[in-house]
Design a protein around this ligand. Sequence first.
Ligand SMILES: Nc1ncnc2c1ncn2[C@@H]1O[C@H](COP(=O)(O)OP(=O)(O)OP(=O)(O)O)[C@@H](O)[C@H]1O
Length: 224
Amino acid sequence: MSVILEAKHINKYFKKPVNFHVLKDISFQIKKGEFASVMGKSGCGKSTLLYILSTMDTDYEGELYLKNQLITGQDSTHLSHLRNKHIGFVFQFHYLLSEFSVLENVMLPAKKLAEKSLQEIEHNAIQKLKILNIEHLASKKASQVSGGEKQRVAIARALINDPSIIMGDEPTGNLDSHNAENVFNIFKQLSDEQGLSLLIVTHDEDFANKTDRIIQMEDGKILL
Ligand SMILES: Nc1ncnc2c1ncn2[C@@H]1O[C@H](COP(=O)(O)OP(=O)(O)OP(=O)(O)O)[C@@H](O)[C@H]1O
C-alpha cells in the first residue's frame, strides 16, 4: 500500500528556557487508508510532533515526506498550499466561525485554496455535510448547533479539499462518550471506505484501542 506520510529521524529541540531535546529520532510511516492513534503521557511530545507533521513547525532536524515528496525545507507559501490541499485538521476545540453558517464554515478552506468555482465548492460542502449526516444544519449559524454537531462540522470542513490525511489533536477530548463514539465511527468509515489516512493524538484508550495502530510515545521517543 502506498505511503502517505513518512517521518525520518525527526529531532526537535526547544532552546528556551533551557536546551531541551523534546523529540528523539522519530521515524515512522502512515500508509494509505491507515487509521493510527498517538498515545503517551502528558508532556511526552505528542502535540509537538503533530505540529511538525502538519508542516506548521519547520524548526526541526530530520526529513518529512508527504506522498513521497520531501517537504522539509520548502518555503512557507508552498507549505501552506500543501497543507491546505493534502492535510485536514480536527482539534479538540472546533474553531468554527460562530457568526458564519455551517455551510460557509465548511466551504472556507476550499475558498482559500481557490482551485474550484464557488458553485462547485458549495456542492462539495453539501456532499461532506451529507457524509457527516448534518446536511439539515447547513444554513444554521455555527453558534446554534450542539457540541457534537460542531465537531462534525469541523470534520466536514477538514474533508472539503479531499485531503490524503486527517490529523487530529484530541478531537474527542470535549465530547461525551456517545459523541466520541460517533466521531470514531465517522473516521473509521472514511478510512475503510474512502482510503483516507488518519493520525489522531488521543488520551482516550477506548478510542485508541479501536484504531488500526497505536503509536506509543514516551519521553520524546516512539516505543516499538
Ligand atoms: N514552546 C515551548 N518551549 C519550551 N518547551 C516546550 C514548548 N512547548 C512545549 N514544551 C515542552 O515540551 C514537552 C512536550 O510538550 P507537548 O505539548 O508536545 O506534550 P504532549 O504530549 O502533547 O502533552 P499533552 O498530552 O499534555 O498535550 C513538554 O515538556 C512541554 O512542557
